[in-house]
Ligand binder design. Sequence first.
Ligand SMILES: Nc1ncnc2c1ncn2[C@@H]1O[C@H](COP(=O)(O)OP(=O)(O)OP(=O)(O)O)[C@@H](O)[C@H]1O
Ligand SMILES: [Mg+2]
Length: 389
Amino acid sequence: MAIGVVDPDELVSGVLADQVGPLDGQAGCFATLTECLEARDPTVPCVIVFGPSGHPDEVISSVEALSPSRRGFGAVMVVEQLTSEVLHRALRADIDDVVSISADTAELLEAIERSFSRISARQAQVPVSPAIESEGEHPGRIVTVFCTKGGAGKSVLATNVAVALARRTADPVVLVDADLQFGDVALMLQLHPTRTIVDAVEAGDRLDSTMLDNLLLRDSASGLLVLAAPTETRAADRIGRSDLIRVLSVLRQYAYVVVDTSANFTEVTRASLEVADDILVLAGLDVMSLKSARVGLQTMDVLDIPSSRITCVLNRANTKVGLTEADAARVLQRKIDIALPSDIIVARSVNRGVPVVVSDPRSRFAKSIGRLADKITTSVPAAEFPQAS
Ligand SMILES: Nc1ncnc2c1ncn2[C@@H]1O[C@H](COP(=O)(O)OP(=O)(O)OP(=O)(O)O)[C@@H](O)[C@H]1O
Ligand SMILES: [Mg+2]
């Protein structure tokens, strides 16, 4: 993989080339996009980083002007000021990400890495592979909560939706904490994990329903079953894509399997998306959160995940921050399906370890969650399920 830095100011491109050094120690510096494209080896996947000296409109137009066949590169823009307007236009021009010049280097490197993943996925044409049988006669629905921004409300959403689903069906519902490093779902339900997903993974092919019965924690108030995240963070490194797919394929005997994911786009998160019948994409009313959601939606597009599986959830939708639900829909280029209000009862419920749908069932937050659960229970299941390896 290679990185090209495009900026009319040599000094600026030099600084950016140093910054991206950990990913490509020999990143080239170019004054224009044309020079960069001429110098690049088309057989090597390349991400072009556009520096902040060029006007954002010109950068976006120069990318837009290229024919699709010349666009076989990833693109990340660094801008002086990140606004929803610039972000919206850049993403529409198929620029993978926009990073503010004041962001730290780690954020820029992450954006470039995500861009590389998109190119690799495009080149590998990663298919959503054929179905594998679940153990039960009636395979359950997998509902994955996704957002690559930390603290956006994924676990609150996953926990409340899972409990709402458990209350809508006599069949068991499972909540899987696939935030392998920092999962806190058990904490949110006041459960104390004695067994975790690590035990399920270590069981390998021996994992079956009887064994699962012993590994799942039970929330007595709702009857919800929980497969907890590892209790030691290092265990996360031992769990990969195929492990999660195997565990979920066994869990599919339950009516609904809700999967909470981490803010990092790991291979485990990606697997949780690929197997999902429903994906709840969470966004908030701030530029960074909308950006993450938009990039997430684009990534799913590249992974060939049908948009019919996606439900857009806007959290803290009533927050007065200058952006509206309509702005969010515009940036995401799709309608917001469910809006969740910001409410102090949410923070309180997290602290008490009792989900809002249990503690305050008549609140607007709980009612919105109820509508979301209804949407899930009435939609048609997706038919495909990837292979574990
Ligand atoms: N609608 C809301 N109203 C008020 N507070 C909220 C709302 N949604 C989430 N929060 C607060 O935000 C905090 C973070 O939520 P949560 O832990 O679900 O985020 P997360 O996306 O899972 O974070 P991480 O990326 O760290 O896993 C919660 O403790 C809760 O207090
Ligand atoms: Mg979380």
